[in-house]
Design a binder for this molecule. Structure first.
Ligand code: FRU
Length: 433
């Protein structure tokens, strides 16, 4: 059976995966939690799955870290974050509770509890609620979730994604001195409405700018912008105002990215290679979805740029300066196209012409069409192909497009009208604990 199992990406052994959660380094070990449901392919009962690594190449699958066992989380241990303080790992997440009636009604029908739990990196205990619906501001609906906690100069900050009663997306910023008592400190919102809900916020502090990553739901498609049902992107924050929104990744399958700072001081981002409320008929029979490759983020010239981390940069060159190749299912292409480009990888087609980059998955099944990026020049293109995924980085990581893509053959036939270097992809190893 073709299982389409990826060789350089984290995915569940069985069952469902969505958002990356709790990314952190704790006592020298990198923890990567994720939204998991090992018992279904649709993600019915959300728990936290858990991988650890020290080098981004060798991983341990530690099974489930958090299961929704308590009344205040009984319909799911939803997304959240982790913070290492001394010998304790503090986990923050949303306990989802559906109440009788219409759970999708925004005034009531759901409790979103902000839960704090403690961990030694292996087991999780002391789960308790630190904020619940009654604590959130009156203008908020019952959709307030996905706490991301950071250490700041004085104490700690937490951002929560929210939907207001006027159906507007915003982010609540709380501060605390002890991780237990949280005070609302600011509401980050844009001057003109940008969607009805901002999920999975992450506030990044660069030297001279604060950047808010989040996933706005409800943006109306405009030309080649916001082609997916839900977008993912970032605002620049000035005096609590969210300005200059930009999409982060333009592919079919990218959502809920989260970042952390590693022990080398790099800001590393991992996203979910999937999209909520999308009818996936993906032909993987026993597992569903995967995380993206870890990417190093930098802020340059007013924009975030992404690059696959050094540890997963390819080292084994297969063919240099070629225009066609038979390639393995997991490989990396690097090229410098400039004016225009036509590239075919089996059924996957890529084109750049007249300032428009097109990823065309129309012949790849799954009812997929095209995704686009407008850019005046295409100086560099890096394409990471795994068995059933593709991640494309344009102009030194200024733009990216991430998608799942299912091929029927074991060898990729690549044809381009410009020269490329072809490498073997770096494979990762996952052992079960
Ligand atoms: C984003 C999201 C989060 C929520 C989680 C539930 O994909 O909807 O807002 O916490 O997934 O799995």
């Amino acid at each position: 059976m073709n299982d389409y199992r990826l060789t350089s990406h984290l995915a569940p052994k069985r069952g469902w995966l969505n958002d990356p959660n709790g990314l952190c380094v704790h006592q020298g070990v990198i923890h990567i939690f994720y939204q998991a449901d090992p018992d279904s392919l649709t993600g019915k009962r959300k728990a936290w799955g858990h991988f650890t690594t020290t080098d981004f190449v060798h991983y341990t699958d530690c099974g489930l870290a958090i299961e929704p066992t308590e009344a205040f989380e009984r319909h799911g241990a939803y997304s959240g974050s982790a913070l290492s303080v001394g010998d304790q790992l503090h986990l923050f997440y949303t306990g989802n509770v559906k109440e009788p009636g219409d759970h999708d009604f925004i005034r009531s029908g759901r409790q979103h509890n902000t839960i704090h739990a403690l961990s030694n990196g292996k087991t999780v205990d002391h789960k308790h609620v630190v904020l619940s619906n009654a604590d959130y501001p009156d203008f908020c609906s019952c959709h307030v979730r996905d706490p991301k906690v950071n250490k700041i100069a004085e104490g700690y900050e937490m951002v929560l994604g929210a939907r207001t009663l006027d159906d507007e997306g915003c982010v609540l910023r709380y501060t605390s001195m002890d991780l237990e008592h949280w005070q609302l400190n600011a509401v980050l919102r844009s001057q003109n409405k940008m969607g009805y809900m901002w999920e999975c916020p992450d506030l990044l502090h660069f030297d001279d700018v604060d950047v808010l990553l989040c996933c706005p739901q409800g943006l109306t498609r405009q030309g080649y912008h916001y082609e997916n049902v839900y977008d993912n992107g970032y605002f620049l924050i000035q005096q609590d105002q969210a300005k200059t929104y930009r999409t982060l990744d333009y592919g079919f399958d990218f959502y809920a990215p989260q970042t952390f700072e590693d022990s080398r001081g790099r800001r590393i981002l991992i996203g979910w290679m999937g999209l909520p409320d999308t009818d996936y008929t993906i032909p993987t029979k026993t597992w569903m979805h995967a995380l993206t490759l870890p990417r190093q983020l930098r802020y340059e010239e007013g924009q975030l740029k992404q690059r696959v981390i050094d540890e997963l940069q390819p080292t084994h060159l297969l063919t240099a300066k070629t225009t066609q190749a038979q390639a393995p299912q997991a490989c990396v292409l690097k090229m410098q196209p400039q004016k225009s480009l036509t590239l075919a990888i089996d059924t996957l087609k890529i084109q750049y012409a007249d300032g428009l980059f097109t990823l065309d998955c129309s012949a790849c099944g799954e009812g997929r069409t095209q995704r686009h990026v407008e850019l005046p020049n295409l100086d560099t293109l890096e394409l990471y192909l795994d068995v059933s995924s593709v991640e494309i980085f344009l102009n030194d990581g200024q733009f990216s497009l991430t998608s799942r893509c299912f091929f029927d053959t074991a060898i990729r036939t690549i044809q381009a009208d410009c020269e490329f270097d072809l490498y073997d992809a770096m494979a990762i190893e996952i052992e079960s604990r």
